[in-house]
Design a protein around this ligand. Structure first.
Ligand code: 5GP
Ligand code: MN
Length: 332
């Protein structure tokens, strides 16, 4: 674990005026929750903040406080470029490698401002001047909470910041059920609830806002596309772009689907391979000590956590399946 001392960082923050805060490619609840919470916290400290995403994120996160101020590099490249040039400090949240922000990575490495990584993924790369990094944290939102408390500013956590943090804690832990959940996670949640946020409302915003088509896509995936292996405790989906179009696919519609096969007794690894315009998106989930981070790094150009990792494949869907079936034994 690499954690820089707060006094040193406090001094730097004092001199800082303009801050850019970056999320990873295809931001999820933890990425957006942590960026928007940090932005509102630093704004309360009197800083000028810009939250930047490399590309769009799902609509079920648009309700998050501060959502309107987010700059998308794909649609607002000039504003993003200016914000990075002007920044005195650049926070990178919920990712561990500049590869995870695609072409935006080049602009970030060129920017003169020191970088601060707040993250919980395995094998952080060496691009930052400051690291608030802990693979044991259940989410980046947990680390942002620690960061605010570490700076002695817990009193600044209002309901808006709490709602953002709660969202990341909830989405990155499968609603508080993954092994990454600790007594500390629940202690933080209790503190967040004291600001008056309603967990049931946040849950509803995130999980009860899908379309009819998305529910039908889930049904189709489960009944028509799920493959359960005989030789290994593995289940996976392969989904083509055409099939996604059939269900009027919107960003975020596949979120969470990879986990469903765990409800089959004995399944220890789940995978989802879906075509996108440019490549095959790969998602892995595992139980216990089965390390899908290592597996994703070795064969699918990716990474993540021991029990949840992603990657990509630049060969066809059927060749990707072949690669998966030929390499799966290395997991056991
Ligand atoms: P998901 O399967 O939900 O896209 O991602 C699971 C985890 O793996 C997340 O923590 C995510 O940040 C990470 N991840 C997803 N895709 C990639 C990738 O292409 N490269 C790396 N290094 N990590 C990824
Ligand atoms: Mn995360």
């Amino acid at each position: 674990m690499r954690k820089d001392s707060f006094p040193k960082f406090k001094a730097l923050l004092k001199k800082t005026e303009q801050i850019a805060i970056l999320a990873h490619w295809s931001p999820d609840g933890d990425a957006m929750g942590s960026c928007l919470a940090l932005s509102q916290f630093l704004t309360a400290l009197g800083k000028k903040c810009k939250v930047i995403v490399p590309n769009a994120y799902p609509e079920f996160l648009y309700w998050l406080p501060g959502n309107k101020q987010v700059l998308n590099f794909e649609t607002d490249a000039n504003k993003v470029s200016k914000a990075l040039q002007k920044a005195d400090l650049i926070f990178t949240l919920d990712f561990n490698s500049l590869k995870r922000i695609e072409s935006l990575g080049e602009l970030v490495s060129k920017a003169k401002a020191p970088k601060v990584m707040i993250d919980h993924h395995q094998q952080p790369e060496d691009y930052a001047a400051y690291y608030f990094h802990d693979v044991k944290a259940c989410s980046t939102c947990e680390l942002v909470y620690d960061f605010i408390v570490g700076l002695g500013q817990k009193k600044l956590i209002n309901a808006k910041i709490a709602a953002c943090l709660y969202t990341g804690l909830m989405t990155d832990t499968g609603s508080f059920k993954f092994p990454s959940v600790s007594a500390k996670t629940h202690a933080i949640l209790a503190e967040l609830l004291k600001t008056g946020i309603q967990p049931s409302e946040i849950h509803s915003h995130v999980y009860d806002s899908y379309s009819y088509d998305r529910l039908r896509l889930l049904g189709y995936a489960l009944s028509e596309k799920l493959v359960v292996l005989k030789d290994h405790p593995v289940a996976y989906f392969l989904i083509t772009e055409k099939e996604l179009e059939q269900f009027d696919y919107q960003k975020g519609d596949l979120e969470g689907i990879v986990n469903y096969p765990f409800s089959i007794k004995g399944i220890k690894v789940c995978a989802l391979f879906n075509e996108t315009k440019d490549y095959i998106k790969v998602s892995f989930r595992s139980k216990g000590t089965i390390d899908v981070n290592k597996f994703a790094r070795a064969y699918f150009n990716g990474g993540g956590h021991v029990n949840a990792a992603g990657g990509r494949s630049d060969i066809s869907l059927s060749k990707t399946e072949e690669l998966f079936l030929n390499t799966i034994k290395t997991l056991f």
